[in-house]
Write a protein that binds this ligand. Structure first.
Ligand code: 13P
Length: 253
């Protein structure tokens, strides 16, 4: 069975004391996971080491960066590379979140390079895709997302592709309280798996966890995760509340 993953994306939230409090609440009698389940915390660079230390020895709990640079090193002031993350024991990195695609103008070609830098460093990319409302309104969302997947990932070998996680996050559902219906999520996830299967075969496609993101909450997680191709969630706002996020963890298959 492929991994079922509850991933938190804290984005640019939480001061240090708030982070410590959230970790205390989350890890006090922390939810135990079965062998197929994971909890991933994608946190600001500054907190990676502290969170990594807190999660040490906790089976299935992983820390993730929210971004990395597309080069390995050099004169890029303010940036953080994949080899740096790897050298600090960071196993995962979110790549291509829609907020970075939009606000930092990250292109598909740039994201393909970031995926490569992660994989070279032994970091598992959590590759984000998803359409804007204007795309969904024209009914072309499946083709749009398929193109993001092709452009970002299809240069990979089957072995390399097997090591990634995909997160489908419709932009119109992010931070809006307006979640995709479980049927809309399942339909897109099935389509993404179909695109992967066409290129890499059903066996490889069947191994890739595909997470849903966009206004996932404790109250809707179980329904969203019920879809056969929905392997958990990438959670923004609700991951900042320990009670909510613990409900989301409990909703994993
Ligand atoms: P929200 O859960 O706040 O809608 O954010 C989703 C997201 O962007 C996670 O990466």
């Amino acid at each position: 069975m492929r991994k079922q993953i509850a991933a938190a994306n804290w984005k640019m939230n939480l001061t240090h004391p708030e982070m410590v409090q959230l970790m205390d609440q989350l890890l006090d009698n922390a939810p135990s996971l079965n062998a197929e389940q994971e909890v991933v915390l994608a946190v600001p660079f500054l907190y990676l080491e502290a969170v990594r230390q807190r999660l040490q020895g906790m089976s299935g709990y992983r820390v993730a960066a929210q971004n990395c640079h597309h080069k390995t090193s050099g004169a890029f002031t303010g940036e953080v590379s994949a080899p740096m993350l790897a050298s600090m024991g960071i196993p995962d990195c979110v790549i291509g979140h829609s907020e970075r695609r939009e606000y930092q103008a990250e292109s598909d070609a740039l994201l393909a390079q970031k995926v490569d830098r992660c994989l070279e460093a032994g970091i598992r990319p959590i590759f984000c895709c998803g359409e804007a409302l204007s795309v969904r309104e024209t009914g072309t969302q499946n083709a749009f997302v398929a193109e993001q997947i092709r452009a970002g990932l299809f240069h990979l070998s089957p072995e390399a592709l097997s090591g990634i996680v995909i997160a489908y996050e419709p932009i119109w559902a992010i931070g809006t309280g307006k979640t995709a219906s479980s049927a809309q999520a399942q339909e897109m996830h099935e389509a993404i798996r179909g695109v992967l299967a066409e290129q890499y075969g059903a066996h490889v496609a069947g191994q890739i966890p595909i997470l849903y993101g966009g206004s996932v909450k404790g109250s809707n997680a179980a329904e969203l995760f019920g879809g056969a191709d929905v392997d958990g969630g990438l959670v923004g706002g609700a991951s900042l509340n320990a009670t909510e996020f613990r409900q989301i963890i409990a909703a994993l298959k």
